[in-house]
Design a protein around this ligand. Structure first.
Ligand code: NAD
Length: 350
């Protein structure tokens, strides 16, 4: 079992290992006392894993309600968010009670936002059940729902107070959803850790999984400790994401986040190299890592059409946008461009 500590506006532990969900009731009692718990989850995860979570809560005699919504990115919406808030009110939750987000990044982002909003803030525990949520979305406090205009446009920063990564949860994950999580792991390798990148490029995953997850959340927590509110260094975590968000939106959310990140990382690396923005040619190694991990290496949309879909991106302001460019594997830089320059980089002739 590994524990990574986060020291942001809230201090909390990320506990990674086998059967860590068994700690749920005891940890909640120790952290918050005898509180009522609302498990928030989607229908797929509810069927597979909610009973276990409920069992560990009832062993500690903690009263539990469960809110279940349909799986998928389309549920990360203001409508489902407000259904959840109404549910909390109907069941008489108070601000001292606890939301347990049991699921992938969609559950974590939506439940995290509800926890921040309901009565101006309840306690929040994240139990990520996808690889992507374990290495990325459950940590660092970004919560949001999507608006019609784009991804994650309505949200707040709200750190959890505990994250339990239980590797047993991954046993039920479809292989393509596991692969989506590998895209974020490849991202951590490119932005911060060449050795991690090499491990993943060589497909050496299964026996190293606990260490890989711990390494990814350590990288993320170091960055978040330094720049919790995303005004500087944290933007490095967006490598591949500006284009990924456009790809997701243009596919009407049929292309999952991790696959879109894979396409986004490769596209921006190719563009950076062609335009003399990278010190080293990184795209070949990135292709090898993506292929080894069953991730896509081609994007169904034209570069120019992706530009128009970035116009509502949170990373753009006052006519400028920050993009993340690999200088070499293990090191990226943040480049702040005028939107016109970014548009030029994404022109189909480029
Ligand atoms: N907040 C952040 O910092 C952050 C970072 C990265 C991504 N995200 C967000 O995360 C979301 C993507 O997360 P995701 O890839 O986990 O998607 P997801 O939550 O939609 O989960 C993918 C699918 O896997 C199913 N599933 C989840 N756990 C399972 C399990 N253990 N066994 C079987 N099936 C399971 C879900 O029901 C869903 O159908 C996007 O909305 C993205 O914007 C947020």
């Amino acid at each position: 079992m590994e524990t990574v500590k986060v020291n942001a506006s809230k201090k909390y532990d990320i506990i990674i290992g086998q059967k860590t969900v068994a700690l749920l009731g005891k940890k909640i009692k120790a952290l918050f006392g005898d509180r009522k718990v609302c498990i928030v989850t989607d229908d797929t995860v509810a069927e597979l894993h909610a009973d276990k979570a409920k069992e560990y809560l009832s062993e500690e005699k903690l009263l539990t309600e469960i809110f279940v919504f349909p799986h998928g990115e389309k549920s990360k919406s203001p409508e489902v968010l407000f259904e959840l808030l109404e549910f909390l009110a109907d069941k008489h939750f108070s601000r001292n009670d606890v939301i347990v987000a049991l699921g992938g990044g969609v559950v974590g982002d939506l439940a995290g936002l509800a926890a921040a909003m309901y009565m101006r803030g309840m306690h929040l525990v994240q139990i990520p059940t996808t690889l992507l949520a374990m290495v990325d979305s459950s940590v660092g406090g970004k919560t949001a729902v999507n608006l019609k205009a784009g991804k994650n446009l309505a949200g707040v920063f709200n750190q959890p107070e505990l994250v339990l990564c239980d590797l047993q949860m991954l046993l039920t994950l479809p292989s393509e959803t596991f692969a989506d999580g590998m895209a974020e792991i490849i991202k951590y390798g490119v932005i911060a850790d060449k050795a991690l990148f090499e491990t993943v490029k060589n497909g050496d995953i299964a026996r190293n999984l606990e260490k890989i997850i711990a390494r990814c959340v350590s990288i993320k927590s170091e960055i978040v400790n330094e720049d919790e509110f995303d005004t500087g260094k944290r933007q490095l975590l967006n490598f591949g994401h500006t284009l990924a968000h456009s790809i997701e939106k243009m596919s009407n959310f049929e292309i999952p986040h991790g696959s879109a990140v894979a396409m986004g990382m490769l596209l921006i690396s190719e563009i950076a190299w062609k335009n003399g923005l990278s010190k080293e040619r990184c795209q070949d190694e990135i292709i090898d890592a993506l292929l080894e991990n069953n991730l896509p290496i081609s994007c169904p949309f034209k570069n120019s059409s992706l530009y128009f879909a970035t116009e509502n991106d949170k990373k753009s302001s006052s006519g400028r946008i920050s993009i993340i460019i690999p200088e070499e594997i293990g090191k990226c830089k943040i480049l702040n461009l005028a939107l016109a320059e970014f548009k030029e980089l994404l022109s189909d002739e480029n």
